[in-house]
Design a protein around this ligand. Structure first.
Ligand code: GDP
Length: 305
């Protein structure tokens, strides 16, 4: 990837964050990327392991994009994860693109531009897209619906994490990673997770049973095995399920965007004193609190009176 493409990507992502999807059509690779969601508590080693995985992916000849979802507000400028990643040794590698994005986008307020950014990077032809997010709150839930493979990470000695895993993570993670396996207690943590998985009802896609892998981002042990597991999961998931995931993801985005554009048009058409009412109706429609038919009737009334 040359400097020119890198700049086009950066500009396109900024445009997407503004809600301008026209930039998508400038990229047209038909191949699907392996989209991997990576989540876990702060400090378990997500950034370090991401860097190690990127090294391994590059050794296997794959291009890779890393998206760090920053849960802080857009105004703080995405400093939490992305900047640390950007500092790394991959900075000068032309086949690696790294970017952090704020989890709060501009589309309809609470929604995020993440699905659009993933579509863009996929259309730009990246073999692998890693989406890294702190394991708290909304952005994590969102990624689960966007990724082919969902990875949850922990490290030895985090009892809270194991409890959290039992409470729900096991139902959504395809691969569980115990990082910092160079430290004591990694094997025990892995065993606890395996036995929790054993007790949990099978929820995997098709024949897939979630797997536990031990890695160390420090001595890079287990990283190659981890990547083998990711590849196996991708193969198990199948192309049909992955295409369906993409259609659903894009469908949601289009609904959100058209509501945004609809809002703009109606507001332009409405007389000044009718605009607050129109705004309110479209917001309720977007939140699913109002039927489309009712909304249209109210809007017509507000625009014409
Ligand atoms: P994140 O918050 O999950 O992204 O975690 P970081 O990647 O920033 O790592 C947090 C801390 O754990 C840093 O001080 C790392 O050097 C350290 N760390 C990360 N991976 C490992 C590992 O495999 N072994 C050990 N011993 N330390 C690690």
């Amino acid at each position: 990837m040359n400097h020119h493409l890198r700049r086009r990507l950066a500009e396109s992502i900024t445009a997407l964050e503004r809600g301008d999807i026209s930039v998508l059509s400038a990229f047209d690779s038909p191949s699907l990327s392996h989209i991997i969601g990576l989540t876990g508590s702060p400090g378990v080693g997500k950034s370090c392991l991401t860097s190690a995985i990127v090294t391994e992916l590059r050794a296997r000849g794959r291009t890779v994009a890393v998206i760090a979802i920053d849960p802080s507000s857009p105004t703080t400028g995405g400093s939490l994860l992305g900047d640390r990643l950007r500092m790394g040794k991959h900075r000068s590698d032309a086949a690696v693109y790294i970017r952090s994005i704020a989890s709060r986008g501009h589309l309809g307020g609470a929604s995020s531009s993440t699905p659009l950014v993933l579509s863009l990077l996929e259309r730009a032809g990246f073999d692998t897209i890693l989406v890294e997010t702190v394991g708290v709150g909304q952005s994590e839930t969102e990624i689960r619906h966007l990724a082919d493979t969902m990875v949850w990470m922990t490290a030895p000695g985090l009892g809270d994490d194991i409890q959290a895993a039992k409470a729900g993570v096991l139902e959504v993670a395809d691969v569980l990673v115990v990082n910092k396996s160079d430290l004591q207690g990694a094997d025990e943590t892995a065993e606890q997770l395996r036995s929790a998985l054993h007790q949990a009802p099978a929820v995997g896609v098709g024949q897939w049973q979630p797997e536990v892998v031990c890695t160390s981002a420090v001595d890079e042990s287990g990283v190659s095995e981890f990547l083998d597991v990711l590849d196996r999961h991708l193969a198990a998931e199948g192309a049909d399920a992955r295409r369906a995931l993409r259609e659903k993801r894009f469908g949601q985005v289009v609904v959100e965007l058209s509501l945004d554009q609809l809002r703009e048009r109606i507001l332009t058409a409405a007389k000044p004193d009718g605009r607050p009412l129109v705004e309110c109706i479209v917001n309720r429609l977007a939140r699913g609190e109002m039927e489309l038919g009712d909304a249209v009737a109210h809007v017509v009334e507000a625009v014409t009176r």
